[in-house]
Design a protein around this ligand. Sequence first.
Ligand code: PEP
Ligand code: MG
Length: 729
Amino acid sequence: MAEESAGQERLDRITEIIAEQMGADVCSIYLFRDAETLELCATQGLNKEAVHQTRMRIGEGLVGRVARSKSPVNTADAPSAKGFRFMPETGEEIFSAFLGVPVQRLGEGLGVLVVQSKEARIYSEDEVYALEVVAMVLAEMTELGAFVGEGAALKALHTQQALFRGGTAQEGAAEGRVYLHEPRVVVTNPIAEDPHEELRRLEQAMETMRGSIDDMLSNVSKTTDKEQQKVLEAYRMFANSRGWVRRMEEDIALGLSAEAAVEKEQSATRTRMESVPDPYLRERLHDLDDLSNRLLRLLTGQGKDTGAEMPDQPILVARNIGPGELLEYGKKLKGIVLEEGSVGSHAAIVARAWAIPLVINAKRILTEALNGDHILVDGDQGVVHLRPEDAVAAAFRDKIAMQTQALSRYAEIRDKPAQSLCGTTISLHMNAGLMADLPSLENSGAEGVGLFRTELQFLTRARVPRRSELATIYGSVMDAAQGKRVVFRTLDIGSDKVLPYMKPQDEPNPAMGWRAIRVGLDKKGVMRMQLQALIRGANGRPLSVMFPFVAQFDEFREARQHLLDEIERERKLGHVLPEKVEIGAMLETPSLGFAPRQFFEMADFISIGGNDLKQFFFAADRENERVRKRYDTLNVSFMTFLQQIVQRCNETGTPLSFCGEDAGRPVEAMCFAAIGMRSLSMRPASIGPVKSLLRRTDLNEAKAVIEEAFQSGAQSVRPAVINWITGQS
Ligand code: PEP
Ligand code: MG
């Protein structure tokens, strides 16, 4: 394998050697030509004419099955095995025994290695294991570019364009070059001559690693951080796991170098990680993955500091990153892409404060990206283009240019009201959840914060925050708002927002489960603590509070009473009371739209949480792209329902606003205004575009278009509205 030759020759030679060594009639190597298709790239024993002709999709035939399951298929009677597909051009029908193993690197499938024999036999465990080890070496060689040749299947890795879809954590677009936070370890010596020496190296690296974990543990013990201590103890337990070490030792005995042995086990761990549904187990496998990384760095001497220079327009790519590390990089970063991460993470907080586009959950980007790669980050869509084609890059640049142009247009109207052509003024507010969001209040031209999601402070901590801590935060938010109204939404946890320190609830349907006000009313301690913190944070200023996910009048009445009780309690304690208190409800469940009139009278204001309301109205999960997209917000049924809510609020004089994502979409926002909503709350970046459209619209005319669409039997008012808008401009 160490022989120097061109890619194709090398593959041919390898199949020859394996077939001979394993006493097999056939040995073939299949490599991926694209994400879905495998191609026969070399064979000993099958018809040579089939090379580069025979292809199968992932999951198709036995080879495709190996690729899909990323695990071996071993059968004595291939033609009658599940999934067998007859490929006449290969002449393989005469072979009975089949053993296929995945060629994979760090959980990334690269191809399939197969041996076949006429004799109907099952390959022994040792043989399967040996072939897996060979496949591991093949994977390393593929990564190192040993099999580069003609055609898509023999292309060099890390040269093709790749698209990653993740989530958006900070909007904006950026173009630049990849800068890896922790560059990937490259194993240049997958095979070794002297197993004893490799065992010694592994042993030594394990020793060093265990020592450093012990050090960390003794430091943590001193600080009495029980949480962290537990994590590290689990970590140490893994570092001492006999099974793990034994498997690596066996790999070495078969000829792998110590680092290749670590990587082989890491690959297996990652494959398991993908298929384990239990989050706890996945987390543990994650620990094991982390330990493997540490070992690899020790063995290869490739630390974080590889001397790679930071490129001019650096886009940081990392699995995850802590706020401290991010602060060290400073504002010179043009964008950030994380394989993991979450909107509520501290890294997201920093990125938001600096307005650096951030995409999270860009799965597998670390296996693809190399330092210096050309990269485009679309923080609005949560999309990343790696090594884009020129046309994609050009379109992206156009988008950036248009955004810059639009931004300067929006800046011009920043201090102007969102007044329509017919003279109606709509109040535009922004949604926030972090201190770092507050500077946008000034920049965006928002009149206030229409929705301050308070759960982020709870999500980013290891334990329930203290009342004093929260009071300080709420006070600072009001300070930063400089007298503008801030509507604090009480804790909305449950559903997708699981607190790390709360016992996970095993609920069949968490979005419709024990969440938001339901938790608050059952666990009064936390709700009361938060209400006290809000009163204290206000420190004599006006206070606006709204309760999320109210489904019936009584829930609102009860929660409201808690706030009134807390105010009374604070009064008795002699604390300063808010100058004025407004208590509102979020209308996020259809039932509340049909609540008794007394509810609308009692609520000081109502805010429609359209994200939830829409999902429950259509019974379509907001996180499930497949069903979510079926239902348009401008669907006639939904719009009729919204109009009824407007009407009921008008009857009781209850101020109404809309704070779901749709309020930030100009066409939707315009339609909401046309059916009578006078207040909208959205992400700061949407205020400019929404205001711009509202200022160009006659809402009476828009209303007439909508009414006509209602009568026409159309499913959605959108086509008519879009037609009307485009006809106008
Ligand atoms: C909503 O449901 O529309 C809303 C604003 O609340 P969240 O998105 O936090 O559930
Ligand atoms: Mg909601």
